[in-house]
Design a protein around this ligand. Sequence first.
Ligand code: DP6
Length: 326
Amino acid sequence: MKAKARAYTNIALIKYWGKRDELLFLPTNNSLSITLDKFYTDTSVEFDASLKQDQFILDGQHVDSKELKKISAFLDKVRTSTGEVRFARVDSVNHVPIAAGFASSASGYAALAAAAMKATGSNISKRELSQMARQGSGSASRSIYGGFVEWQMGVQPDGSDCYAVPLLPQDAWDLRVLSIEVTHEVKKVLSREGMKRTVETSPFFTGWLEAVAADLIEAKQAISTRDFTLLGETLERNALRMHATTLGAEPPFMYWQSSTVKVMESVQALRQEGLEAYFTIDAGPNVKVVCQPHDEQGLLNELSKLDVVKHIYPCRIGPGITYLDL
Ligand code: DP6
């Protein structure tokens, strides 16, 4: 049986930063994201008894053996949970500007999990799908849903209570995200490695855990009352706190470049002038700016003037997993 699914990327407003179990992808804190409508991955999966090993074609090309190993390890999890024994042919197309550093393991593993589970013939709930996607990449657990999503860390050692839940549907609150590309360079410290090093060596990590719990409460309050100022202040602070932990790691590292800081400063200056926007940054130098619809054009005009800005991708809030015709 063959199946095809589409998953969109998401951007965390409250960050996932730290694992308590690396094998099962169990995080040290809850996180909260919005799914974006611009960037997505389409993946088809077919289990086939004639295959001698898994096959993975990404954007029309067979991937190298290292990448294939990762996908096979994930497919092993799908096989173990469903009783499927055949190898699979996986074909993935990323509608994400990879060169711009917006490549996303979140949309990739969410689409793969959805297509693979369907191709085995299993009919699982979104909650179970979120748990499966999580085991490819933590942030993928959130891309199962559209709109505002919370990934609950759970407390069970087997991860049975660790999954994402929807907070608000796609159309409930119209916020805009300007994805700002400042560089094409690939990141030096991958998020997986960066969060591991931080957990193991940064004295600031305990402070992060205390802070993130409080930030999550405020963000959820802001979402339930549609208080944009409260949400913005919370998300910007939370991003800064996440990045602060990396400076205390051994060896220390930093995802920002001078161009990143220029955009951050500009967003804060524009806010002083009345264009209300807040920034967030993931494990790389590019910046996402969150705003309300009435400020979007003004922000686009102003931020495009910065010499460090290569490209701006305006995004809206996007949908969850969809299954596509073959
Ligand atoms: C900074 O989900 O890419 O973007 O679970 O190791 O695959 P793995 O990590 P990943 O980490 C995302 C980190 C982040 C914050 C976030 O998306 O919450």
